[in-house]
Design a protein around this ligand. Sequence first.
Ligand code: IFM
Length: 439
Amino acid sequence: MAQKEYAFPKGFLWGTATAAHQIEGGNRNNNWWEFEQRPGAIRNGDSSAKACDHWNLYKKDFAWLTKLHQNAYRMSVEWSRLYPEPGRLDRKALDRYVAMIDELRKRKITPFVTLLHFTVPTWWDRQGGLLNRRREHLAHFEEFCTTVAEAFRGKGVYWNTINEISIVMLGYLTDEFPPAEKSFLKAARAVNTLLALHETAYRSVKRALPDSKIGLVHNMQMVQPLDPRSLSDRALARAVDFLFNGSIFRGLKTGRLIHGKRLPGLRGSTDFFGLNFYNFMQVSRSLPDMVRTATPDPTCGEEKLCAGIGWEPYPEGLYLALKRVAAEFPGMPVYVTENGIGTDDDAWRRRYLVDHLKMAHRAVEDGVDLRGFFHWSLMDNFEWAQGYMSRFGLINMDYRTQKRTLRESGRLYGEISLRNAIPPAALKKFPGDIYRPRF
Ligand code: IFM
């Protein structure tokens, strides 16, 4: 039987994704930098001080994009770098970001720019941060978004407003994110502020650049009851799904915040959907912390604990997530704005990539208007509370020397981008069925 061809639609975007704080180095004016100073907050005491020194090495890093035949790249602009103090714009920093965008364009790479990827300026955080939804407080973000939009005018940028509202919310449910508090009430309030920040970004960029394409980026959590026969597990799964996914979808569709009040301008405030997909969540009151992100016996290549973070791959979940987005937002273009695995086992990374792309392809065959795929990430980087231990890159980082070395997975991804299809050799190497967790 002839081998199935996994070719993607013409004009498909192939990219990698990064975020300023994780790669640039030198971002000391935001809430994450403050969090990093807390003893024990970051694994092995790692710090983002230098990270990949991308702020200085961006040209070299972008040359890799060309070598990998990329036609798109997702990056973020660091609000605290442009506005280290309220109302004071650092023009030199802005010029550097403009130079980055120009460098990408010179290389015929479409930039996707995220306006808020986890970090907020320290001064803004001290004024109430994500718990303050007052108009004057949000106006600072509006100023930042307008500045960036005007600076990037005419440069063919696609815009991502906020990265992963539901993950930022974890700062109010777990110790892994700042401010590391535990309060459902505050978590819900933070989600509302983040939705308001999304609306602010959408409105500011549209006002400055009416023709621009702007989308929210959502990390879809596939939430399942640990025991599908248990009423209580099923009820918990529904509640958690609403908190992580449903509240965001409903906000975009109806303009309602988590408590049901309407926010003017929120309804319909996304031109495309940015989907980040990594893992699943099984929930039950009987589990420690009520949740687990890997089955008791995952395969996961050499490492028992997938991703070093304990996430078990779930390729089929990407297909299901894409189908859900298409059902929630019929006819809306979708981009997979992140997908990848933190592992030292690069063969496993290649399998992960191939398995997920097969599922993305299946969604396309089913009619999902998927327009691009961004692998997380271009190179290993500062993985937040996990520090540098979790390696997500197509490029290996030696943090001591700043030497970058292309991994086999990088070569494979380059070939996929060049062919706009999964190459036959990769299909042969990772044949048959995708990896399936044993739920
Ligand atoms: O590194 C993060 C990124 O900042 C947001 N999405 C998930 C990635 C892997 O954890």
